[in-house]
Design a protein. Structure first.
Length: 196
């Protein structure tokens, strides 16, 4: 009799686990749907047009933007302010021409960490954040752990950065560097049309 009760309990526990898994998936899907609905409710076509204009020229005044989107200045300013408070507009910056400043070399460094070095991920990432040469750092799937976009004056500058900084980081097992030859496309504008 005890054996039967244990068997029934195990079946019940298994069925309950399956049911919980099912409801967890539904809850996950509902959360994603809710987030998408909130974004769509938050951003109408006018907001998107404002964002497109600001991505092209962040120095545009609220009155110039308002004129182009068909609003008066105050409601336009309120929309921009709301987009900033929601974190959709993170900041406004000047985009500099790296070649005009003598930063002629772009290198993509593919970083593989040692297996035991995975414990040191926060230390590695904090060190990468401190290198001014590193413009972007992405964690990746596949054969490498990180891809860095590095900007320097010339190949010799990159070699110094590689030898003195990058290769000295703890847990770096391998660095493969790819030098960019030509820049075919360079934009900071997000594809807002994909939100539809």
């Amino acid at each position: 009799m005890v054996r039967l009760e244990c068997l029934d309990y195990r079946d019940f526990a298994e069925k309950l686990a399956q049911l919980l898994h099912f409801f967890t998936n539904i809850l996950h899907d509902l959360c994603i749907f809710h987030i998408r609905i909130r974004i769509f409710m938050l951003l109408d076509q006018t907001d998107r047009k404002i964002l497109e204009l600001l991505q092209e020229d962040a120095t545009m005044s609220a009155s110039d933007i308002a004129e182009q989107v068909g609003l008066s200045q105050s409601p336009c300013w309120r929309r921009i302010n709301r987009l900033e408070k929601k974190g959709i507009i993170q900041r406004r910056v000047a985009l500099l021409d790296r070649r005009a400043l003598g930063l002629n070399v772009v290198v993509f460094a593919h970083i593989k960490l040692s297996a035991h070095g995975r414990k040191l991920l926060p230390q590695f990432e904090n060190a990468i954040r401190e290198f001014p040469e590193v413009m972007d750092c992405f964690t990746t799937t596949g054969q490498v752990d990180y891809i860095l976009k590095v900007v320097t004056k010339d190949i010799e500058s990159y070699e110094r950065f590689f030898r003195n900084s990058l290769s000295q980081l703890p847990s770096v097992l391998e660095v493969n560097s790819t030098i960019a030859l030509s820049n075919i496309k360079n934009t900071t504008a997000l594809p807002l049309g994909l939100m539809d």
